[in-house]
Design a protein around this ligand. Structure first.
Ligand code: NI
Length: 277
């Protein structure tokens, strides 16, 4: 089984003591690629250093909506642009978006988000979108942006929206990524959403170190190998085999982020070749 964890934060302190063990477990679980998110450009060098250790890691650069109040400055878009162009392993802009839970800077968040959408469009990269308590304003902003500046590809990450909200973002062309939240007993709306996403728009992630999925929910730290539990749960919801779900989401992640994947063909089982999917 090949899995891709499309959203990790393994640069956080929680992983520093034993990252080699964590990596061994994700490899044992079949995780062949990871997409590292970025909450602020200052993380970039540290993420690059982790990707130097683990070649299956690709990454994004951007500014998280909750960091906009402290970190968004006039030079920030130029900095994100410079970093994105500096490394071929950059596969997305983000994470960016809107987080209106307790937010007092909604307008500032919109400015920072639109700016990063424009960067993604300029670079031809997808965006990784964080959206909390802001589905309607997010959909409005995106529709207006599409009309005025053109479309951008992307993913609604760690998705927790209702089926109706899910439809809005599917119509906008987005992929929908489910995290450990979809495994929680009380997350019925999210589970309904996971049933309606077309097979070619579905992604899975851990968002580790946060939100460990059932059956690991009691653990303080989530980790990439646990994406297997998200895959199993979403597969059950959709009445497909875990293997089919894994392969489908792996293909989708490769398509959206233009990731190279090891292509194992049945014709030549001994040699694995590299290919873009
Ligand atoms: Ni994140």
């Amino acid at each position: 089984m090949r899995l891709i964890d499309t959203h990790v934060h393994i640069n956080f302190d929680a992983f520093q003591p034993d990252l080699d063990d964590v990596a061994r477990r994700w490899r044992d679980a079949g995780v062949v690629r990871l997409v590292h998110s970025c909450v602020e450009p200052a993380e970039f060098a540290g993420i690059q250093a982790i990707a130097d250790r683990f070649p299956e890691l690709f990454f994004a650069v951007g500014l998280h909506p909750l960091d906009v109040a402290d970190r968004w400055q006039e030079g920030t878009p130029a900095e994100i642009l410079r970093l994105a162009k500096s490394d071929v392993r950059v596969v997305a802009i983000g994470e960016t978006g809107l987080d209106f839970y307790k937010a007092v800077n909604q307008e500032q968040q919109k400015v920072a988000f639109e700016s990063q959408l424009a960067l993604a469009r300029q670079l031809g990269l997808p965006v990784i979108i964080h959206c909390r308590d802001a589905a309607a304003p997010m959909a409005d902003l995106l529709r207006r942006f599409w009309q005025q500046q053109g479309t951008v590809q992307g993913v609604m990450h760690c998705w927790s929206g209702t089926p109706e909200e899910t439809e809005w973002f599917l119509e906008l062309g987005f992929y929908i990524s489910f995290s450990g939240i979809v495994t929680f007993k009380n997350a019925t709306q999210v589970q309904e959403s996971a049933k309606i996403v077309p097979g070619d728009r579905l992604l899975i992630e851990t968002d580790c170190p946060f939100l460990a999925p059932v059956p690991k929910r009691g653990e303080k730290r989530n980790e990439p190998s646990y994406v297997q539990y998200v895959a199993q749960h979403v597969a059950r919801l959709r009445n497909v085999s875990p293997e089919e779900l894994a392969e489908q989401t792996t293909q989708n992640a490769c398509r959206l982020f233009k990731l190279p994947i090891p292509l194992v063909t049945t014709l030549s089982p001994i040699s694995a070749s590299w290919s873009h999917c």
